[in-house]
Design a binder for this molecule. Structure first.
Ligand SMILES: CCCCCCC/C=C/C(=O)SCCNC(=O)CCNC(=O)[C@H](O)C(C)(C)COP(=O)(O)OP(=O)(O)OC[C@H]1O[C@@H](n2cnc3c(N)ncnc32)[C@H](O)[C@@H]1OP(=O)(O)O
Ligand code: NDP
Length: 284
């Protein structure tokens, strides 16, 4: 059973049904445990059943595991039908599944580019469209569209992600997809936001990329550490809660200021002999 939340009141998500992709590991697992701890029922999906079942074992009976490759339209349709049959509604979709490989742009083949854009951009679209058309736009008991929330994880693409041109393009696409749909689908009561995540010390982050880059990563964040998965989970929970009800079309960057500046301030070349930040002298 999930441990109680350290931040939010118990029961703040009581009765909500949340569909979350990539719930078998890392940020998705942390978010699932927080959402369940707050009273939500959380259906998680991924390609492999084993990690999903591990999350269910940690979360307890309010969590269910569903195998689905979000790039495959038929699997996505079947997933959303299955979740609706089981719980009768979906209140929030969390598009968390995603990823990429690190490679110089000139070495990325058309297949490699397509693999990453299909996962991050097309997969997010398929999930968002299926949940919207099957669960959010159809009328509820009052004859009006039921509405709902979509929260999509991106890897902040705001300054370009060197070595990840495919993901840079796809994540920027996701952010603008959320912005665009927040306008079009406001009439159905659907609220869509993106979370632009910086660098978080998940198992995959710590093991997938070149060791030297991982070792240097925290030092390139002005706050001088990586994000913790629970910090991502708290933001997801906040947006899903009534506290998030006036957010739509926003991109919330959570990155310890990494987007603004790579490294601590002041950097070594910007200090005087005493270690103080350099400044220009006043004129006159
Ligand atoms: C330390 C700093 C680094 C920056 C970090 C930034 C912050 C962290 C961000 C994170 O997102 S951390 C979490 C990341 N998690 C994941 O990426 C998980 C999901 N990822 C995957 O499943 C794979 O990486 C995938 C490639 C995105 C998809 O896997 P899939 O099984 O669908 O594809 P493959 O069959 O493996 O490959 C298809 C195709 O893609 C090309 N390709 C794949 N890997 C590479 C590579 N390492 N280098 C170059 N090209 C690659 C290639 O064309 C593959 O086709 P074939 O050539 O194999 O036929
Ligand atoms: N960790 C970090 O620093 C950052 C991560 N992010 C993003 O946050 C998300 C989670 O990251 P993190 O937890 O670190 O990474 P993980 O690799 O641990 O999580 C990715 C999850 O997505 C699932 N997944 C991958 N491909 C598919 C697919 N085609 N269909 C369904 N599920 C899929 C994986 O399960 P399975 O393999 O079983 O399908 C896995 O559970 C990702 O989108 C990531 O890119 C963004 C910024 C920073």
């Amino acid at each position: 059973m999930s441990a109680p939340s350290r931040i939010f009141a118990p029961g703040v998500l009581e009765g909500q049904v949340i569909l979350l992709s990539g719930g078998g590991s890392g940020l998705g697992r942390a978010a699932t445990l927080e959402l369940v701890a707050l009273g939500a029922h959380v259906a998680i999906c991924g390609r492999r059943i084993e990690p999903l079942e591990e999350t269910v074992a940690l979360a307890g009976a309010r969590c269910s595991a569903h195998v689905c490759d979000i790039r495959e339209e038929q699997q996505v349709d079947a997933l959303v039908d299955d979740v609706l049959a089981r719980y009768g509604r979906i209140d929030t979709l969390v598009n968390n599944a995603g990823g990429q490989f690190l490679a110089p742009a000139e070495e990325i083949t058309p297949k490699g580019f397509r693999t990453v854009t299909r996962l991050n951009l097309d997969g997010t679209w398929l999930m968002t469209h299926a949940v919207a058309t099957k669960a959010f736009i159809p009328a509820g008991d009052d004859g009006r569209p039921r509405g709902g929330k979509v929260i999509s994880t991106t890897l902040s693409p705001h300054n370009g992600l060197a070595g990840m041109v495919h993901s840079s393009a796809a994540r920027a696409g996701v952010e603008n997809m959320m912005r665009e749909l927040s306008i079009e689908w406001a009439r159905f009561g659907i609220k869509l936001n993106a979370i632009a995540a910086g660098q978080f010390g998940t198992d995959v982050f710590m093991t997938k990329y070149p060791r030297e880059m991982v070792a240097a990563a925290a030092g390139q964040v002005p706050i001088q550490r990586l994000g913790r998965p629970e910090e991502f989970a708290w933001l997801v929970a906040y947006l899903a809660s009534p506290g998030g009800d006036f957010f739509s079309g926003s991109v919330l960057t959570i990155d310890g200021a990494r987007d603004n500046h790579a490294g601590p301030w002041p950097p070594a070349v910007h200090v005087d002999d005493a270690g103080d930040p350099l400044r220009e002298s006043r004129r006159g």
